[in-house]
Write a protein that binds this ligand. Structure first.
Ligand code: S3P
Length: 180
C-alpha cells in the first residue's frame, strides 16, 4: 500500500486522462481537477490563445505555477496535461504529492481519438503522426519513471479503464488525509 494525498493522472494527449479522471474521481469521492482548465481560468485565455501569445515556453510556466498551486491540496484527482512531466520540478512535485497513474496509449490510437481535435496546438500541423511519435519517444521514459501504476488504454472504453483502475487502486493506493 502506497499512501498519498491525491491521485494524479499522467500520460499523452488522447490517453483518456480527463474522461477516465472524472469517473475515477467520482468512484473515490475525490475533487476532479483538470490542470489545463486551471491554467485557462488563471490566465483568462484558452490553451491555443496562450500558445499564440506566449509560446510553448510561456505555457509551460503557467503550467508549472498551476501544478504547484493545485498540488498544495489533497483529496483531489488531478488530470495533468501531456507535457506536465517535462520539467524536473514538476516531476518532483507530482511524485511528492500523489499516487501516480500513467495512462498509456499507442500513437495509432491517439491518431484515431484526436483526428478531429482543434484544441491542441502541438497537433495543428500536417505531420501529426511524426509529432506524436517524437513526443512518445521523449516522454514515455518520464511517464514510466514517475508511474506508481500503468494502464494501457488502447483496448478499453473509459468505463472499462475506470473499472480496471478501481480494482488496481484499491490494492495499491492508500488515501492519505492531512493530519488535523
Ligand atoms: C500538451 C497536452 C495538452 C495541453 C497542451 C500541451 C502536451 O493536454 O496541456 O496542449 O504538451 O502534450 P492533454 O494531454 O490533456 O491533451
Amino acid at each position: 500500500m502506497n499512501p498519498a494525498p491525491n491521485l494524479i493522472l499522467i500520460g499523452p494527449m488522447g490517453a483518456g486522462k480527463t474522461c477516465i479522471g472524472r469517473r475515477l474521481a467520482e468512484r473515490f469521492t475525490l475533487e476532479f481537477v483538470d490542470l489545463d482548465q486551471v491554467i485557462v481560468e488563471a490566465a483568462g485565455a484558452s490553451i491555443p490563445t496562450l500558445f499564440d501569445l506566449v509560446g510553448e515556453a510561456g505555457f509551460r510556466r503557467h503550467e508549472q505555477q498551476a501544478l504547484q498551486r493545485v498540488l498544495g491540496g489533497h483529496g483531489q484527482l488531478v488530470s495533468t496535461g501531456g507535457g506536465a512531466v517535462l520539467h524536473a520540478d514538476n516531476r518532483a512535485a507530482i511524485a511528492g504529492h500523489g499516487f501516480v497513474v500513467y495512462l498509456r496509449v499507442s500513437v495509432a490510437a491517439q491518431l484515431e481519438r484526436l483526428a478531429r481535435d482543434k484544441a491542441r496546438p502541438l497537433l495543428q500541423r500536417p505531420d501529426r503522426e511524426q509529432v506524436l511519435q517524437d513526443l512518445a519517444y521523449h516522454r514515455d521514459p518520464l511517464y514510466q519513471q514517475l508511474a506508481d501504476l500503468t494502464l494501457d488504454t488502447d483496448l478499453y472504453t473509459a468505463a472499462e479503464a475506470t473499472s480496471q483502475l478501481v480494482v488496481k487502486l484499491a490494492a495499491h493506493w492508500q488515501r492519505q488525509d492531512p493530519i488535523a
